[in-house]
Design a protein around this ligand. Structure first.
Ligand code: IVH
Length: 677
């Protein structure tokens, strides 16, 4: 065959396979048998094998085969990926409607309603109709690059269908999820192999998409549905309904026609919600509510956004499912702040596809109010992410019941006396209580705090039980000889853990604050504090009034902050941490980006570093509002060169990229000033 004929044949075969993929995976209406499809596919494969120079990334054969990654790279979203405010009852949906009418100064608003898929949201980027990048939501501002994994999802078109409205650059958002039957067979396969089963389809979808090896993702039955066009060059559809239809014209999967509805009024939305709830259990995938969106896009823009969610849409959730089971025991668990929580141990029961064997009873008042005792029959419920809870007790005559439950007067873990604040009971042992210390260390090492890789629950438990860690500061005193004594540790794993502990030493202020585990100070308040005060010293010397001047900080949070800093033991641990080399960088991990002189810069690394781990370097770069890339290009701002650099050094020299030693990198990050002239 002449080269041009081969080329034409390749294009025709790819188009035909794409069309069958679309009919099969998106439309659910195949036109050919599996064996006919296989024949076409094999023909394409053979032709491409004979002419590898003609293989293009959008070919249907290119869904699998990318080499495994070392890590998922971070990518900034073009626009933040927001979440949705949730409501559960009809009154709230009416209030939402009234608010829309009031703000739009109108008497009638049309809504587009569709299922709320229970998976994980993704951003998909198409350039000139070709799928070029996909990312998870991440923290909403920055996601993880999962392009190669997304390519393995058959319902995701690698190339969009040509259409006059197809823009050169297109960003859409959607949900990746797993169908229930696929989830069950995947779990069966996993347990047969001795792997741990996933708790629910959403975890299975998330775990499968966030794989480093796309060959594994390819074996996982994921699907995608698109629900939003973000950025688009050219003219945009005027309503959400048209937005969905437009995406469908380009070949993107959208929610099934019979599963969505254009509602002329909020009453139609309520009807749609009720009808969808009734069929919910018959759907092949999990949904946890209905998403209601103001249909007109100009009205959406007029309504705008709040900090984390749009004003023009709402998640109208379903009432949680309930199942009956028996309370086999009531135990008391001790949290990282010492709070004693009664927990019901249940005869395992499946609620909405998840097996539940424990349910929190929250506190003593709640146990008394619901009057839950051992041996009672109860209804358990679970809504989305919410920890399973006991909804109610199935009544039986009192004489057939056990005695009421009482909170212990000694901590079940350390035996210290138990204090009480209203409904809350707490252990007074503080860091002398192993449960509190373990919780505090786990929290300190967690992803949103110091992010010490490899310091999981089991390791922390051993460190505390063997008295190798009696405070947060002790983590930075650990030696290789200590770690090799732990179960599951050998020389290499011990070194890796020590590396990540050392790598955590440079930490943005907000993450450090969050890691201290001060009551009421979560990620958001930690960011607020870091932004407001700028340095740890300033925060440590602030008084109650100063905290209260901050809009987002109320009396309870100020109280908790003051109580924390007035405890000498806390100040002592912080002093030790700083002495042991922990460096708290001013500002926040994700905020302050615009003001940092490194904001928007791109760093590439080559060779081994002596003073940073990979994670530590990434954290430091991100704290400065910059990002890391894996390859050198014209856009690279700096190449950081360590021991035994690779070919990136030569590329950087050729492209005239600024080259930094590790030391120069460290001072650049610290000061935000370039030390190289
Ligand atoms: S629209 C501005 N539509 O729900 C956010 N979201 O709680 C617009 N989700 O992160 C989102 N199904 O992952 C939208 N039909 C749907 C959805 C949907 C599921 C998820 C999405 C989002 C979360 C918000």
């Amino acid at each position: 065959m002449a080269h041009t004929d081969i080329f034409a044949k390749l294009i025709a075969l790819r188009d035909e396979i794409r069309r069958h993929d679309y009919l099969y995976y998106v439309k659910d209406r195949p036109e050919v048998s599996d064996s006919q499809y296989d024949l076409l596919f094999r023909e394409l494969l053979e032709l491409e094998q004979a002419h590898p120079e003609l293989v293009t990334p959008d070919s249907p054969t290119q869904r699998v085969g990318a080499p495994p990654l070392d890590e998922l790279l971070k990518v900034p979203h073009e626009q933040p990926m927001l979440s949705l405010d949730s409501i559960v009852d009809q009154g709230e949906v009416q209030t939402f409607d009234q608010r829309m009418k009031r703000e739009l100064e109108t008497t009638s608003v049309e809504y587009s309603a569709e299922p709320k898929f229970d998976g994980l949201s993704v951003e998909l980027v198409y350039d000139h109709g070709v799928f070029t990048r996909g990312a998870t939501r991440g923290d909403g501002t920055t996601g993880e690059d999962v392009t190669v994994n997304l390519r393995t999802i058959r319902s995701l078109p690698l190339q969009l269908q040509a259409h006059s409205s197809l823009p050169d650059h297109l960003v859409v958002r959607g949900e990746v999820y797993m169908r229930l039957d696929d989830f069950q067979s995947l779990n069966r396969r996993m347990t047969e192999r001795g792997d741990e089963a996933f708790a629910n389809p959403r975890n299975a979808a998330a775990g499968s998409l966030r794989q480093l090896d796309s060959a594994i993702t390819a074996t996982r039955p994921l699907v995608v549905t698109c629900y939003e066009i973000m950025a688009l060059s050219g003219s945009a559809p005027s309503t959400h309904w048209n937005e969905l239809e437009t995406m469908a014209q380009w070949g993107l999967p959208i929610p099934d026609h019979e599963r969505r509805r254009l509602c002329a009024s909020i009453d139609d939305v309520v009807t749609f919600h009720r009808e969808t709830d009734l069929v919910r259990d018959q759907l092949p995938y999990e949904i946890d509510g209905v998403v209601v969106k103001v249909n007109r896009r100009d009205w959406q823009s007029r309504l705008g956004m709040k900090s984390r969610s749009p004003r023009w849409a709402i998640a109208y959730k379903f009432a949680p499912r309930k199942e009956i089971t028996v309370v086999q025991d009531i135990v008391v668990s001790v949290g990282r702040t010492g709070t004693l929580t009664p927990v019901a141990l249940l005869k395992p029961v499946e609620v909405g596809g998840v097996t539940i064997s424990r349910a929190t009873l929250h506190n003593a008042d709640e146990v008394a109010r619901k009057d839950i005792r051992i041996n009672d029959t109860v209804k358990v419920e679970r809504a989305g992410d919410v920890i399973p809870a006991i909804a109610e007790r199935v009544p039986i005559p009192d004489e057939q019941r056990r005695d009421p439950f009482c909170m212990p007067d000694r901590c079940p873990v350390c035996g210290s006396t138990v204090g009480r604040e209203g409904a809350y009971f707490y252990c007074t042992g503080q860091s002398a209580c192993a449960a509190q210390l373990k919780g505090a260390i786990e929290h300190f090492a967690s992803k949103h705090a110091l992010h010490i890789d490899g310091l999981g629950k089991k390791t922390v438990a051993q460190l505390v039980d063997k008295k190798l860690a009696q405070s947060l500061a002790d983590l930075y005193r650990l030696k290789i000889d200590d770690l090799v004594t732990l179960d599951g540790f050998a020389d290499r794993s011990a070194r890796l853990l020590l590396d990540s502990i050392a790598g955590s030493k440079t930490v943005p202020l907000d993450r450090f604050l969050m890691g201290l585990g001060i009551r009421q100070v979560g990620q958001h308040i930690a960011k607020v504090l870091a932004r407001e005060f700028g340095s740890l010293d300033q925060i440590m010397s602030a008084d109650r009034d100063r905290f209260q001047q901050i809009r987002e900080i109320g009396p309870e949070i100020s109280e908790s902050l003051v109580a924390y800093w007035s405890e000498p033991r806390n100040r002592e641990v912080i002093a030790q941490l700083l002495e042991l080399g922990v460096q708290v960088a001013p500002g926040t991990a994700t905020g302050d980006r615009a003001t940092s002189s490194l904001a928007g810069k791109t760093f590439v690394f080559t060779g081994g570093l002596d003073h940073f781990t990979r994670d530590g370097a990434q954290l430091a770069v991100e704290a400065a509002g910059a990002r890391i890339s894996s390859s050198v290009s014209k856009k690279t701002s700096y190449l950081v060169v360590g021991r035994d650099p690779g070919s990136k050094l030569e590329q950087a020299r050729t492209l005239g990229v600024t080259i930094l030693t590790e030391q120069e990198f460290a001072s650049l990050i610290e000061t935000g000033q370039n030390v190289v002239s």
